[in-house]
Design a protein. Structure first.
Length: 270
């Protein structure tokens, strides 16, 4: 059985910050056996403390506390060790925020590079004329902790990149509020409405991209996604130019939006 380490800066419950992580976390919790996944908090869209509280609450209120949500390095170490047995499969990482925890796990020897089979990274842009992240192209997870991203980038661990220009087409629209089950709606609706108000104010539209959900559905339904083998070169300011040689990456080219949403709603609609 494949094991997943989900590292999240979940801001659903914080009163500020992007709430896309919560959709991804809920999807993973609804689809994976509790023995095959571990959730850790990271600082990004939410503080470390908030990311832990928000993810713990989601686990309690929607999943009867079935899953392991923890910031304990010892628990992560145990999870990684167990993941080698009995089928010898290493863990895959779903990095929903800045890559701080992965770099720290290697630095502190909680995990080694060889414990990890691949890392899904949400960020970067495969079609832009901009060279100045985080503003152009828009960027967050990479530049928020560039040192950690560089550590991961320079490692031999395979990287699966979900570039923002490709995944931005996965959108949550006001009509989707009515699709939520009552239980989900109780937890999500107030925060979804908060994020919609912000989108209206800043961008003049209510829908918002659910970036992280895209990578979460890849974990459970990989056949909806098409990747190409590419290369990327990391520049000093965090800009990655694809096509230039620095290291190989797997780059998301396209995905079936309708199928991705369907896979999500199967577990959460009335
Ligand atoms: Ca995130």
């Amino acid at each position: 059985m494949q094991k997943w380490w989900v590292d999240t800066d979940n801001a659903l419950g914080s009163g500020k910050g992007d709430i896309d992580d919560a959709f991804a976390v809920a999807h993973m919790m609804s689809r994976l056996d509790p023995t095959s996944v571990m959730f850790t908090p990271t600082c990004g869209n939410a503080s470390l403390a908030h990311a832990l509280t928000n993810t713990t609450k989601l686990n309690q209120r929607l999943f009867q506390n079935r899953h392991c949500v923890s910031d304990s390095p010892d628990q992560l170490r145990d999870f990684a060790k167990l993941s080698h047995a009995p089928d010898g499969k290493r863990i895959k990482v779903l990095a929903l925020g800045p890559l701080t925890n992965i770099a720290q796990a290697w630095e502190r020897r909680t995990l080694s590079e060889s414990d990890i089979e691949e890392i899904s990274v949400i960020g970067l842009n495969s079609a832009t004329t901009g060279r100045w992240p985080p503003f152009f192209p828009m960027e967050f997870n990479i530049t928020q902790d560039l040192a950690s991203f560089r550590r991961v980038w320079e490692s031999p661990v395979p990287l699966r990149i979900f570039p923002l220009n490709t995944i931005k087409s996965l959108r949550f629209a006001p009509k989707d509020l009515h699709r939520m089950s009552p239980q989900m709606s109780k937890i999500f609706s107030p925060e979804v409405r908060r994020w919609m108000r912000r989108c209206t104010l800043l961008k003049g539209r209510r829908w918002f991209p659910v970036w992280d959900l895209c990578a979460a559905v890849y974990a459970t339904h990989p056949h909806f996604f098409t990747f190409v083998k590419s290369f990327g070169k990391l520049h000093a300011n965090g800009f990655v130019k694809f096509g230039d040689v620095d290291r190989p990456v797997l780059l998301l080219e396209s995905f079936d939006e309708k199928a991705v949403w369907q896979a999500f709603w199967e577990r959460f609609t009335t």
